[in-house]
Design a protein around this ligand. Structure first.
Ligand code: 8YV
Length: 315
């Protein structure tokens, strides 16, 4: 029997590419010199799509694939996939939740510690010989025992909170409703009030129309000149221009960011700020987790074409 035609939207690991090639007839869309001509030639035979959280599948791509049945996303975030259009057309969508939760939470906490303890400039101080020549590195900021605000208490927000509890932090969170499992943590629904409470403000919610720029100018100003904004969600959930203005004039103290609007081409204003710690969207980027994400992405595709239930369906 002929293999099902699958559109590969972006590069994947060798392991995933060979895994897909075993089961599918793979069309490497990301290598096409003329993507429009490529879709015009191959679009009608494509029944499956393998894509990543950042590349997704927008309406134009979906419309160019009239026979697509399933889109499998390598990532938990599916904000780059036109979910409404998929629902309307009966296209199934899957993502990779669960397997990356703990790694993203590790990075969020690492960003807090690294920013508060100024580990990047401190390392440069030791490495450059400044320590020997010019003496001790200046004093930095404490993290343990401080107030944390977590915006979005899904799996990743919970995993961040569990780690912060071990740092003796006073934890508050905002979510659609108060959660039983957040025992001992304070529910503060309003993001501005949450930011007002927090020294360290973690953004861990899903990006969608409802959460667009939920971290507004008011939230940023409530966090204030001593506060730190840590974002491991998506650039779109923060009013990035307002954040940059506030970081530049000191209305916001610090930021530690793994995600940006328009990434990987980030706003050059970030590069001039020494109160921002930059991370290249690396929350899930460990060898172990990326392997697990690839396996889950492929397992969903295989389940669909074997007629089994999807493992982690979105729609
Ligand atoms: C990945 C992510 O970096 O899971 C997500 O939503 O943003 C990340 O795990 C991304 O999907 C890979 O492109």
């Amino acid at each position: 029997m002929a293999k099902v035609a699958l559109l590969q939207v972006g590069p994947l690991s060798e392991r995933d590419e060979s895994g897909l090639a075993e089961k599918f007839d793979v069309f490497r869309y990301f290598e096409a010199e003329d993507p429009t001509a490529y879709l015009a030639e191959h679009g009608a035979k494509i029944r499956a799509v393998a894509t990543a959280g950042d590349r997704g599948a927008n309406a134009a791509l979906i419309e160019a694939l009239p026979n697509v049945e399933i889109i499998s996303v390598f990532g938990v975030g599916f904000d780059a996939v036109d979910i409404d259009l998929c629902s309307k057309k009966g296209i199934r969508v899957t993502n990779t939740p669960g397997v990356l939760t703990e790694d993203v939470a590790d990075l969020a906490v690492a960003l807090m510690l690294c920013q508060a303890r100024e580990m990047v400039p401190a390392e440069a101080w030791a490495r450059s010989g400044n320590w020997g020549k010019n003496g001790s590195f200046p004093l930095v900021r404490r993290a343990h025992g401080k107030k944390a605000g977590i915006l979005g208490l899904g799996a990743i927000g919970m995993a961040v909170g569990r780690r912060l509890a071990a740092f003796g932090m006073d934890i508050a969170y905002s979510s659609r409703s108060a959660k039983d499992e957040a025992d001992g943590w304070t529910f503060i629904e309003d993001p501005v009030a949450l930011a007002d409470h927090a020294d360290f403000f973690f953004v861990t919610l899903a990006s969608n129309a409802e959460t667009k720029q939920i971290v507004s100018k008011s939230v940023i100003e409530a966090l204030g000149p001593t506060g730190t904004l840590i974002n491991v969600a998506r650039g779109a959930v923060v009013d990035e221009a307002a954040m940059l203005d506030a970081l530049e004039d000191g209305r916001l103290g610090f930021a530690a960011l793994d995600v940006f609007e328009g990434e990987p081409a980030i706003d050059p204003r970030f590069q001039k700020l020494d109160n921002v710690l930059l991370s290249p969207h690396h929350g899930s980027a460990t060898t172990e987790t990326r392997q697990a994400m690839g396996e889950l992405m492929r397992a969903n595709l295989e389940a669909y074409f074997d007629g089994r239930d999807l493992l982690t369906p979105v729609v």
